[in-house]
Design a protein. Structure first.
Length: 281
């Protein structure tokens, strides 16, 4: 059993969850336990999305603009600023593309990120978190657990069978842990700004995971139609609709213990991930 401890006011709210009984889940759980035992901290403990009243759109916009100013004061890079009190999906796509250009791979960062001082690296990472925080406004809520110094491992062919668009509230999902944007997210975001080399289905796993409180959309007709329109380009990039390695959706690797609605009610208002632990139950 795993236990995710959250700060909620003056007390600790805990989510209990277990891995599922399949090979990818077992591999992930083994890596997660090893990382917990090594004592690595959670890198961004405020990645609790739409489960408290700490954030609204204007606050997110203001903080993104502050990040842009701080980054550009160090070295001009982002030629964009949010000028209104609302963020559009196109704005979000542009902002995310700049992050990809700045950051690069986790294990092979781009020159801009590699040469930046520690405080600028931290701002770049927070800039990305803020974009995702905006994307989750109005959602059912999500918690992202991302570790420092995380190892990453290539997925085996058999692992791709666990990707789905039919995830359920209370599911534990594998986190996307490398540079790029998934095919589903390119469709969902209407993203025609992302570069071809950044359209990258998930091909690695790490100890990172997220807890979702919403239901997956399923394979929609809109997605099928989009794929048909985009198939010449996608095929050219090596992506084919019935190939499991396209990793459409998310890999479900665990499940909350208890009723997800009750668990969500218990943690509403939590603002910080305090830590994760496990036992052999």
């Amino acid at each position: 059993m795993f236990y995710l401890d959250l700060k909620k006011g003056n007390y600790v709210a805990t989510i209990k969850f277990k891995e599922l009984d399949h090979s990818l889940s077992k591999k992930w759980a083994k890596v997660l336990k090893k990382h917990i035992d090594a004592g690595y901290p959670i890198a961004q403990p405020n990645r609790i999305y739409n489960l408290n009243n700490e954030w609204d759109e204007l606050k997110i916009i203001n903080q993104i603009n502050q990040c842009i100013q701080t980054i550009n004061n160090y070295k001009q890079f982002i030629d964009f600023k949010i000028l209104s009190q609302q963020l559009s999906q196109t704005d979000s796509n542009i902002l995310h593309h700049y992050f990809e250009l700045m950051r690069g791979e986790n294990d092979s960062p781009n020159e801009f990120y590699r040469d930046a001082p520690r405080e600028i690296k931290k701002v770049i990472e927070e800039y990305n978190v803020l974009i995702h925080r905006w994307e989750d406004l109005g959602s059912y809520g999500r918690i992202v657990v991302h570790f420092k110094e995380r190892p990453m491992f290539e997925l085996d062919d058999e692992d791709y069978q666990h990707w789905t668009l039919n995830y359920e509230p209370g599911d534990i999902r594998l986190n996307y842990c490398h540079k790029g944007k998934t095919i589903w997210d390119c469709f969902k975001d209407g993203d025609d700004i992302v570069g071809d080399d950044n359209i990258r289905p998930q091909h690695r796993y790490s100890p990172d995971f997220n807890i979702i409180f919403g239901r997956g959309p399923g394979k929609t007709q809109a997605f099928v139609d989009w794929w048909e329109r985009m198939s010449p380009k996608l095929n050219q990039l090596g992506f084919y609709q019935d190939d499991p390695k396209c990793a459409i959706g998310h890999a479900v690797i665990g499940k909350i213990q208890g009723d997800p609605d009750a668990v969500k009610k218990n943690i509403l208002g939590a603002t910080e991930i305090l830590g994760i632990r496990y036992d052999n139950t």
